[in-house]
Design a binder for this molecule. Structure first.
Ligand code: FMN
Length: 223
């Protein structure tokens, strides 16, 4: 495996910025976009349950239809080479005794039956007692959404490492957008809700210089 230096990785983190509009004439190759999707698919998730789905929206008419409900993607929707809506699984799927969870343990992770029982017990206790996720469908959905942000971050980071720009997007009106997409048959509203979005492409303009807190404002060592 090729070794990437720390400096190359940090350079990519500095290169990455929330790109407001892309050069619409430049398209990401299938190989590069496959690589970005693979970084999302391989991302970690709590208990490994992968509560996500990546909708790659390449139909420009559909992008136009979504645009009025996506205030934070006005420049990105029409210009991005690739535009991804990340769905998160809802309570019906993420509940400890759901078919999705049981099937995931058996068919995807291929755990032996005794481990399925043990993991299932842990997961139930985690959901009910430790994180109180069964208190409301919203708590469960938000917990699913949290997992999708790991995939989001990984996808943007690997994109930056191969010189591809991106923008994470939460600027949308979730309820009407979900309604519109469900009515169009784009996803099943019983299984999924919209977590976040991410646009990929090549920058049109140079970004403003990056600003961040100094390290001592955000890191505290407990020795
Ligand atoms: C979860 C999340 C949602 C965001 N939503 C939007 C958005 O809707 N539209 C947008 O232009 N930028 C959005 N941003 C970009 C942030 O404003 C940006 O990352 C932040 O100001 C730091 O700037 P930088 O990413 O260029 O370093 C979002 C960022 C994150 C992490």
């Amino acid at each position: 495996m090729n070794q990437v230096t720390q400096q190359q990785i940090l350079d990519a983190f500095k290169f990455r910025h929330a790109c407001k509009s892309f050069d619409a004439s430049k398209k990401i190759t299938d190989e590069d976009f496959g690589f970005i999707l693979e970084a999302g698919r391989l991302s970690p998730s709590s208990f490994g349950f992968e509560p996500w789905k990546f909708l790659v929206v390449q139909n420009m008419e559909l992008r136009e239809t979504l645009k009025p409900l996506c205030w934070g993607a006005q420049g990105q929707l029409p210009t991005a080479s690739h535009f991804v809506i990340i769905l998160a699984r809802k309570e019906a799927d993420m509940h400890y005794d759901s078919d999705y969870i049981q099937n995931h343990m058996r068919d995807v992770t291929q755990l032996p039956e005794d481990i399925v029982q043990m993991k299932g017990d842990f997961y139930r206790q985690f959901q009910i007692e430790h994180f109180k996720l069964t208190e409301s469908p919203r708590a469960m959905f938000d917990w699913s959404c949290k997992q999708t942000y790991i995939a989001l971050g990984n996808m943007m980071s690997v994109a930056a490492q191969v010189g591809i720009d991106s923008c994470p997007i939460e600027g949308f009106d979730r309820e009407p957008l979900e309604k519109l997409m469900i009515e169009k048959g784009l996803f099943d509203g019983k299984e999924f809700g919209i977590s976040c979005m991410v646009a990929f492409g090549y920058r049109e303009n140079e970004p403003f210089p990056k600003t961040r807190h100094q390290e001592d404002a955000v890191v505290e060592w407990l020795n």
